[in-house]
Write a protein that binds this ligand. Structure first.
Ligand code: UDP
Length: 235
């Protein structure tokens, strides 16, 4: 990739600055505060707890009850506090993605509540939310196969770019591919795409997203180790 810059000064394969802190909500079992560029996210995890009513329980695994919400003040035009179609769809697919990391089969007949609130949005909020939720799940002490490291990649102004901000997303030819990987296994856990791209370009975008997810994973590990020191670090 060239060294040319985007309008915000980043090179095409550069992430926005990311800062994560665990354990910020004392009444949650696990929590994470995450700043990702101009996105601000708080994620909490509670549970496992018994499912009520009982007939909704799954005897083979825990149900992940993932709720993605945007605060009314998180976007330029007031967001309704009533969850719309977009919030529900994001919640559903993100819950499935998180299931790839949490060992849900170890907690049959239970529910794990994951709440993610977007306080400030500048595109890429669903991937920021999943990245934070995965850290909150680890902070809650849930048995996990790995972490979900999520990032978007795509196209803006005819260039393949990593981590689109709102300005990138609003370009005429924009393609936005939200990806989540189970790390360190590098298994794809979520892929959603807006815009049109051919097969070759899609492969390049996916490759760019995976490289970005590797960087996100490094940041997540640092956040984990700063609260839970591990000799020799995490793999
Ligand atoms: N957005 C908004 N109002 C909405 C939904 C989204 O202003 O009701 C903005 C917000 O900045 C968001 C961006 O549009 O981050 C991109 O939204 P998208 O649906 O692509 O999800 P995201 O990229 O945040 O995962």
């Amino acid at each position: 990739m060239s060294n040319a810059k985007r309008p915000d000064g980043r090179s095409y394969d550069e992430l926005r600055p990311i800062k994560a802190e665990l354990g910020i909500a004392k009444n949650a079992d696990g929590s994470c505060y995450l700043e990702w560029g101009k996105n601000i996210v708080v994620a909490t995890v509670n549970g496992p707890r018994p499912v009520l009513p009982k007939h909704l329980a799954d005897p083979s695994k825990a149900i992940i009850n993932y709720k993605y919400r945007m605060a009314t003040f998180s976007v330029s035009e007031r967001k309704s506090p009533v969850p719309g179609k977009r919030d529900k769809e994001i919640s559903l697919v993100s819950g499935h993605a998180l299931e790839a990391a949490v060992m849900v089969e170890q907690f049959p007949n239970t529910m794990i509540d994951v709440n993610v609130l977007i306080l400030s949005a500048d595109a890429g909020t669903r991937v920021a939310a999943l990245t934070a939720a995965s850290l909150a799940a680890a902070d809650a002490g849930l048995a996990m196969r790995g972490l979900i490291s999520a990032v978007a990649a795509g196209r803006a102004n005819k260039q393949i770019v990593l981590d689109l901000n709102k300005e990138d997303e609003d370009t005429e030819d924009a393609v936005d591919m939200a990806c989540a990987f189970l790390m360190p296994q590098k298994e794809l856990a979520l892929l959603q795409m807006d815009g049109f791209a051919d097969k070759k370009e899609c492969s390049k975008i996916l490759e760019t997203a995976l490289k970005g997810a590797e960087k996100v994973y490094e940041i997540q590990k640092k956040a984990l180790v700063s609260k839970y020191p591990v000799e020799g670090g995490i793999q």
